[in-house]
Design a protein around this ligand. Structure first.
Ligand code: TRP
Ligand code: SF4
Length: 327
């Protein structure tokens, strides 16, 4: 069975963008492939090394949401990167064959160094971030990597590193392919891409009153100032959420009535709210269940990591032999 690998940085409780952009896809893939899904806690450390205090609690909360959204630890291998130290060993070996120029050219590197002002990203590990990611993928000799568009340059680099390695030492690594998530990018409450770091996210687990307050104050078509002004759903972030979370008849209704000022924004948002609640209530219940049982989540991750480690160790045996560093 072809292998699939993907990772998420431990950001704590997940939001609608994670659900549509990643979890829905992972859920489907776990029935079709041998899947390895992991918490990229070392990747978090490359940027949050000055204050690592949130990484552990965020790991447990995030995996609780994975389970709540339907990931099944008996189907997919769910694990924590730092519990599989073979990733670090392969990272070191791959760093030997990776030219600095390849890393300096990665678009996320320049962007983040320019945009993230509150952290010092002049550290060695941050430049090496994509090499660690390549190790995460190649160590399972993965065929597919489900990711969002922003990660494509990292997968490209992973393929280049695999080719270079294979040419030098022999064909060990298949060249992994990105599986692009089809879902549209979800806007957050301010209309920008939904992201925890922008503070514009709607969590899977927001209590009803919190969720309604976020929707009530969410930006709409900026040209629709008064209730009597007709609006344009095409430019409205609320409508972008209707497109994903409301049934076709509600989408149709909003699409028609908004344009002739037949529905007010509050009413429109209320409709979205009801549809969101219906979809999220069962997930929120399960998430609360796991939040109150962190030990259970921890144990399942330890067991998943043990399984991942067995598979990783197999690859490392081949790698050491190919590089002639086994004695
Ligand atoms: N860099 C990814 C992100 O920020 C997370 C990640 C780390 C990852 N290792 C990976 C994704 C391996 C896919 C495969 O989203
Ligand atoms: Fe947006 Fe709905 Fe208001 Fe139209 S009615 S502008 S779709 S919130």
């Amino acid at each position: 069975m072809p292998r699939v690998v993907s990772g998420m940085r431990p950001t704590g409780k997940l939001h609608l963008g994670h659900l549509e952009g990643a979890l829905k896809n992972w859920n489907r893939l776990q029935h079709e492939y041998d899947c390895f899904f992991f918490v990229a806690d070392w990747h978090a450390l490359t940027t949050d090394y000055a204050d690592p205090s949130q990484i552990r609690p965020n790991t447990l909360l995030m995996v609780g949401d994975w389970l709540a959204a339907g990931l099944d630890p008996n189907r997919a291998t769910l694990f924590v990167q730092s519990l599989v130290p073979e990733h670090a060993e392969l990272h070191l070996l791959l760093s030997c064959v990776t030219p600095l120029g390849w890393l300096e050219r990665v678009p996320t590197y320049k962007e983040q160094r320019e945009n993230i002002r509150d952290k010092d990203l002049g550290n060695y590990a941050f430049l090496g971030y994509p090499v660690l990611q390549a190790a995460d993928i190649l160590i399972y000799q993965a065929h597919f990597v489900p990711v969002g568009e922003d990660q494509v340059p990292h997968i490209e680099l992973t393929r280049e590193i695999a080719r270079r390695f294979n040419k030098l030492y022999g064909e060990i690594f298949p060249e992994p392919q990105a599986l692009l998530t089809q879902a549209p990018r979800l806007p957050g409450t301010d209309g920008r891409k939904m992201s925890k770091s922008y503070g514009n996210d709607i969590r899977l687990t927001d209590p009803p009153d919190v969720m309604w307050e976020k929707l009530r104050t969410m930006v709409t078509d900026p040209a629709r100032v008064r209730r009597t002004d007709p609006g344009n759903p095409e430019v409205c972030p609320v409508y972008a959420l209707h497109r994903v979370f409301s049934p076709p008849e509600h989408q149709q209704q909003v699409n028609v009535e908004c344009r002739r000022a037949g529905i007010g924004c509050v009413e429109c948002k209320r409709l979205l709210y009801e549809n969101l609640r219906e979809r999220l209530a069962p997930i929120a219940d399960k998430s609360a269940y796991y939040e109150s049982r962190p030990e259970q989540v921890r144990e399942l991750l330890i067991e998943g990591s043990r399984r991942a480690r067995q598979r990783a160790a197999q690859t490392m045996d081949c790698v050491r032999a190919a590089m002639r560093i086994a004695v």
